[in-house]
Design a protein around this ligand. Structure first.
Ligand SMILES: Cc1cc2nc3c(=O)[nH]c(=O)nc-3n(C[C@H](O)[C@H](O)[C@H](O)COP(=O)(O)O)c2cc1C
Length: 217
């Protein structure tokens, strides 16, 4: 396919989906945002590998700066894998995490820049500033992977599952256990499953209203 044909095809895809949908309906907005809750207690119901792939196959399309996609995910399904995580969890997070069907370690790869020619072929030289300065690479990687982590939570909800995000763990311990001699570092954890209502201990907490935190200038 020539460059012109590829561009025409890309624009046709946008026209096509716009002709099919222009916004999410109320139920979809509830599923992703308004009624979805953070879960930490789980139904005894498995999550399949196919569902994990379905989640990732949505997440990968959400945008990152220069298309860098630095998030790396380690899915813990087996009891052995979860046992390796256990010593790193803060006390209140242990039981709920060990009982989750799957726990994802959402990490970020500080050597993401090596793939610039692949993921951003229009400006592969952008790799240089990351290669030359590991602080720049780390800051960028953490920022972009955190964005992807937020997309991840929404993708879990989009495929009909529940998520339980967790920052209450010892990052150094997880890095040592799972990412020793690797450029990947842990960001946050996300349990995945069918949330059990016993884990919901109260109503939705306060959210800021538009006028409290937004300015239009
Ligand atoms: C990145 C992140 C880290 C979190 N860490 C924890 C945690 O360590 N332990 C916990 O019980 N909840 C944790 N939460 C859950 C939040 O406390 C919860 O999403 C928030 O209170 C809003 O609750 P709601 O989503 O049910 O409205 C975390 C959420 C996110 C997004």
């Amino acid at each position: 396919m020539s460059e012109e044909e590829a561009l025409a095809a890309a624009r046709a895809r946008i026209e096509d989906y716009r002709s099919r949908i222009s916004s999410l309906d109320d139920n979809s907005r509830d599923l992703l945002f308004r009624e979805a809750r953070n879960h930490n207690w789980w139904e005894d119901k498995d999550v399949s590998d196919a569902q994990l792939r379905e989640i990732y196959d949505l997440v990968k399309f959400a945008p990152t700066s220069a298309n860098t996609q630095p998030m790396r995910i380690t899915f813990l399904r087996s009891d052995e894998a979860k046992e390796r995580l256990k010593p790193a969890l803060n006390g209140p997070n242990v039981e709920k995490t060990m009982k989750a069907p799957v726990v994802a370690i959402l990490g970020y790869d500080n050597t993401f820049w090596k793939d610039f020619p692949k993921f951003y072929p229009i400006r592969p030289e952008m790799a240089e500033r990351h290669k030359e300065n590991s602080d720049v690479a780390q800051h960028f990687s953490f920022q972009q992977a955190t964005l992807q982590g937020a997309y991840f939570i929404l993708a879990v909800r989009a495929v009909g599952l529940d998520s339980g995000a967790m920052g209450g763990f010892d990052v150094a311990k997880v890095n040592e256990e799972f990412f020793k001699d690797s450029p990947v570092q842990a960001n946050f954890l996300c349990s995945i499953g069918y949330g059990h209502l016993d884990g919901i201990k109260g109503p939705r907490l306060f959210r800021y209203g538009f006028d409290e935190v937004c300015d239009i200038i």
